[in-house]
Ligand binder design. Structure first.
Ligand code: PLP
Length: 350
């Protein structure tokens, strides 16, 4: 951060390019474009696909509001898709059924968001294969999952475009807002760079398309470059914390179960319990903070209630919003503190 203050290139400083290069090396494929937030990454990816009024985008019913907000900000229609009860994500079968449903209702489905909820990668490759026949491009919302992998392939390499967030509470967090897009298509990163700078053409004040200010600050890139040096260690520590929760709680609550071949970045450790609100209150009394990600499915939020839900609604998403409870998860959660949390949960659910 001092180095940034010295050179004074607060915007588009060398740290941004260095971070983009290091992230691309980590992913092993494609190019990385830093941007201002995970939300910017979602909007920029849709702009790159020319999504706008008259277009539809498949969105899981169970995710953070930003995933659907990006679609409706551009005047397009989110079509909500129910999620799988085990992975909390949309599956290839559900995505294909939703695409057929939307196309049958004369909607022009241009893209589909997959969401790697709580840190486990969705089957974005399988969903991409299932949707290819309809000409639908998958964009992975990996705001919670950077660092995880599926069948040995790291997040970032599983979809044509992947949106990452560096919000402080995400597995790789900076000291403010930040984000990035990984694009596998060779032509796409140039387009994303133009979109990031108000649709810039060959010269500074030539604007060839609609764009925005979607830049990542040099100071945040400097923070991320340092945090990257300990990121693998932090991922391993999160995984150890998750393992201890599974051992300590697996017989009394529904613990997360990873798909075969998946690792998780464990953005959250989210258990499922009956009488969730009572359990949360009991834990609060015992000094254990919890959070609900998320208490209302998107199709029932006032901001999105006018948009369609594919097929027979989203009963799984609705049930999950009543059952999920995230317990403390971070790389430096001491075993002793975790034992106290486990004991408190066991007491609260009896
Ligand atoms: C955090 C998050 C976002 C938004 O990221 P910001 O950096 O806060 O804009 C989008 N989608 C999901 C699933 C998230 O968890």
């Amino acid at each position: 951060m001092h180095a940034v203050l010295e050179h004074g290139q607060y915007i588009n400083g060398p740290e941004v390019g260095e971070l983009e290069a290091q992230l691309a090396t980590r992913v092993g494929r494609g190019a990385v474009v830093g941007c201002g937030s995970g939300t910017d990454a979602l909007v920029m990816a849709l702009l790159a696909l020319d999504v706008g009024p008259g277009d539809a985008v498949l969105v899981p019913a169970f995710t953070f509001a930003a995933t659907a907000g990006a679609v409706s900000l551009l005047g397009a229609t989110p079509v909500f898709v129910d999620v799988d009860d085990r992975s909390f994500s949309v599956t290839p079968e559900r995505a294909a059924a939703a695409a057929r449903w939307a196309i049958g209702r004369k909607l022009t489905v241009k893209a589909a968001f997959t969401v790697d909820l709580y840190g486990q990668p969705a089957d974005s490759e399988g969903i991409g294969a299932a949707l290819a026949q309809y000409g639908i491009t998958v964009v992975a919302d990996a705001a919670q999952s950077f660092g995880a992998s599926r069948n040995g392939s790291p997040v970032g390499s599983l979809a044509p475009m992947t949106a990452i967030s560096f919000f402080p509470s995400k597995p790789l967090g900076c000291y403010g807002d930040g984000g990035a897009i990984v694009s596998l298509d060779p032509g796409l990163d140039g387009l994303l760079r133009s979109i990031r700078e108000h649709g810039k053409g060959a010269h500074r004040y030539e604007h060839v398309r609609l764009g925005m200010n979607g830049r990542l600050d040099s100071i945040q890139a400097a923070v991320l470059l340092q945090k990257l040096t300990i990121f693998d260690d932090e991922l391993a520590r999160r995984d150890a914390v998750a393992g201890r929760y599974a051992d300590g709680l697996g017989d009394v609550v529904r613990c997360p179960v990873l798909d075969d071949g998946c690792t998780s970045a464990w953005a959250q450790y989210t258990i499922r319990v009956d009488h969730r609100d009572a359990v949360a209150r009991a834990l609060e009394c015992d000094g254990v903070p919890t959070a609900v990600h998320y208490p209302v499915p998107l199709h029932l939020q006032r901001a999105f209630a006018r948009f369609p839900v594919a097929g027979d609604g989203a009963p799984v998403a609705e049930r999950l919003t009543r059952e999920v409870l995230s317990v403390p998860m971070h790389p430096y959660l001491a075993e002793e503190a975790q034992n106290r949390i486990i004991a408190a949960v066991r007491k609260a659910v009896v």
